[in-house]
Design a binder for this molecule. Sequence first.
Ligand code: MEV
Length: 308
Amino acid sequence: MAASAPGKLILFGEHAVVFGEPAVSTAINLRTEVFARPHREWLVDGASLDEPRYKYVKRALERAWRGGPLWLEIRSMIPTGAGLGSSAAVTVATLAALRDLERRDLVPESIAREAFEVEHDVQGRASPIDTSTATAGGGILVTPAAEDGLLWSIRRDTRQWHLHRRSLPSLTLVVGSTGISAATGPLVAGVKERVDRSREAAEAVHEIGRIALDGLAALEKKDLAEAGRLMDRNHVLLNDLGVGHPALDKLVAAARPHSHGAKLTGAGGGGSMFALTDEPGKVAEAIRAAGGKAYLVQSDPVGVRRMP
Ligand code: MEV
């Protein structure tokens, strides 16, 4: 049995969304596939399930699987630790493959809820943006109050996130990866510490939330100049929250002369940036010349799905 799920790009609002602020993401056309079948012992890609790189898969199995041992195989186009949602995609695809093995329907809302719990368990703190984007596909708006287009609402402790479908214009985006992989959990914990002790950091989180709503409005109007300006400001604020990296700044600076805007995406601390541009070839070249890896990605409407 096999299932696949897409990676994601957070367009606006990463980190602030963990505090309940609005954020906007899109699924992208890079996917992770998970194959699962009963076997005599537990194996993932022929290796032990206890290897740290399989921690999301292991937690998903602990939460969702009551049967005997399985042989799992993971095939992924999404670079790991790069801020492109590889953990969420593998979690969602694993949960879907397990449901498929049990001949249960793939109910997106139930997969999104369970995948969020898995990510939260592994990372210690999380919002549901990555896991819900990998589940639903397409453009996603997260807000603290329900609006039109509501997909589902997810609560954890005192926080509630409302996840909405938003149809974004078809976007070709250039991602630049630093090649420095950074774990999300410690970065999210670092932002919380900063917000708890600094009023400026708390204000930066609120400003990022406002930028996310304005950025979405700009994208919906196809005002790419305004969306790009807001991306640039969002990048500055993420640096103020301590999740930037000199290598990210270098790629962002290289991309900007040919872009409407550029910012880090995902957890930061390394990982990736992306640029909104009408000249993807030039931006990719500039990112490579600055020492990054460049990928052209497209927003993609297809969320989790069973594979034939
Ligand atoms: C990571 O892709 C996004 C963060 O906002 C964490 C989260 O929302 O769980 C940094």
